[in-house]
Design a protein around this ligand. Structure first.
Ligand code: UD1
Length: 421
């Protein structure tokens, strides 16, 4: 297994290019199942989760070709409808093939994802929405078996909770359904917006993109002609590099971003006393005299993203004062706390609220373990300021979602080495 060795007390400088958004690319690859043509998707991030999803497309009978930052995907010959456990267990987002496979073929079998490091993460809302559209769903031997012999019908879906994946699955199913589907309490994340826009550009009328009510006019099983497109920039990768600049109190330009997608993150960094300069496609974070503490509540977009919570916790260890982070989306997303404690942080957990005392603690490098994707990035950030060297083990979590992390960090002045255990 590989691990990262990071030297601390670093200053960063220069510019970093942000890759395409993993969380936008995954549902967009799933959406190619709705198409009859080959689609070229550019600005594709080179991360493990994308390769896993492409493997799933291949297992279903589709094909893909990689060309630099673009991937051509052809699902016209898909002849299997089962997403097996061995693939779903490595990547929960595989559940996103459920809606499109069911809508196109009238049946499919997708392994239940089970729990994961950040909590139980059920898919009941995905299933309920598809049932309301006429699907018959049973769970057999750990598999979701879904059928819709007469096709899916447009329906009114009211989500009990805002769910990103649930909204995406429902939109994709609704695109090929017979009639109009209205999704109330839909997710508004930029990744959901891009999925809707790509499907709309393929001729499916979708009203309300970017709002909490989506109205999808289905094609009644007519496959789509999806046009080539670029994946939007990764707002979480961008936010992580902003935190890397902030925690090392360095000036850093973050390029190839959509600043409006970063508003909640920018606003919290401003509260922490950082100046952020913006233009159309980049943000530049400036050093500060004093890092101020912050109070954060994670919520749905456009609020503060749960995927940035761990990175801000690392940053809060350097603030002059006491910060709080209230995690409202996932019940167990504090696995990074015990690892940050190993680095010397002063953090107290009370249920879903973490209190971070930044006044007294210097961090010291040691061995720590990555537990999930974003938790791992918090450890990388902490390692950049810790005294001495930090070794971060189990970095396969980082490789799932950060393209060329050590290459990008080295280019801006960090000392990061990947080694084998
Ligand atoms: C997506 C993101 C993930 C991010 C999360 C929240 C991808 C590939 N992943 O995950 O990085 O942290 O959004 O912004 O885009 N829920 C249910 N029942 C369901 C579905 C969800 O109870 O059927 C709950 C979840 O347990 C969680 C909340 O709803 O508490 C939000 O989850 P959801 O938005 O669905 O997250 P994902 O789509 O899995």
């Amino acid at each position: 297994m590989e691990y990262l060795k990071i030297s601390g007390e670093t200053k960063l400088q220069g510019e970093v290019e942000i890759s395409g958004a993993k969380n936008a690319a995954l549902p967009l690859i799933a959406a190619t199942i709705l198409a009859k043509n080959e689609i070229s998707i550019c600005n594709m991030p080179n991360v493990v989760d994308i390769n896993t999803f492409l493997k799933l497309i291949d297992m279903l009978g589709g094909s893909f070709k990689k060309e630099e930052k673009c991937i051509k995907i052809d699902t016209s010959k898909i002849n299997k409808t089962t997403a097996t456990y061995d693939i779903v267990k490595t990547m929960r987002a595989s559940i996103l093939v459920l809606g499109p496979l069911l809508a196109r073929f009238g049946h499919c079998e997708v392994s239940l994802p089970g729990g994961c490091a950040i909590g139980q993460r059920p898919v009941d809302l995905h299933l309920k929405a598809l049932e309301q559209m006429g699907a018959k769903i049973t769970i057999n031997h750990g598999y979701i078996e879904a059928t819709a012999p007469n096709g899916l019908k447009g329906a009114k879906i009211v989500f009990d909770k805002v769910t990103v994946g649930g909204t995406e699955n429902t939109v994709m199913a609704a695109a090929l359904a017979d009639g109009v589907t209205t999704i109330i309490n839909a997710a508004k994340e930029p990744e959901v917006q891009q999925l809707c826009q790509v499907i709309k550009d393929a001729g499916v009328l979708i009203e309300g993109i970017g709002t909490s009510t989506l109205i999808v006019h289905g094609t009644n099983k007519k496959l789509l002609h999806i046009k080539d497109f670029d994946v939007i920039p990764d707002r979480i990768e961008a936010g992580t590099y902003m935190c890397a600049a902030a925690i090392t109190n360095s000036k850093l330009k973050i390029k190839n971003v959509i600043p409006i997608h970063l508003e909640a993150v920018i606003s919290k960094l401003e509260e922490m006393n950082f100046e952020i300069l913006q233009d159309e496609t980049s943000v530049t974070i400036m050093p500060t005299d004093e890092i101020k503490p912050v109070n954060i509540i994670t919520t749905e977009y456009p609020g503060f993203p749960t995927d940035m919570q761990a990175q801000f916790m690392a940053l809060a260890t350097q603030a002059k004062g006491v910060s709080t982070i209230d995690e409202r989306l996932f019940e167990n997303r504090f696995m990074h706390v015990s690892e940050l404690l190993r680095l010397g942080a002063d953090i107290h957990l009370n249920g879903n609220i973490a209190t971070i005392n930044g006044t007294v603690n210097e961090l010291f490098g040691t061995d720590v373990m990555a537990t999930d994707l974003r938790a791992s990035s918090a450890l990388v950030l902490a390692a950049l300021v810790a005294k001495g060297e930090t070794s971060i083990h189990r970095i396969y979590h980082l490789d799932r979602g950060y393209e060329d992390l050590e290459g990008k960090l080295s280019k801006i002045g960090a000392t990061v080495v990947r080694d084998k255990e």
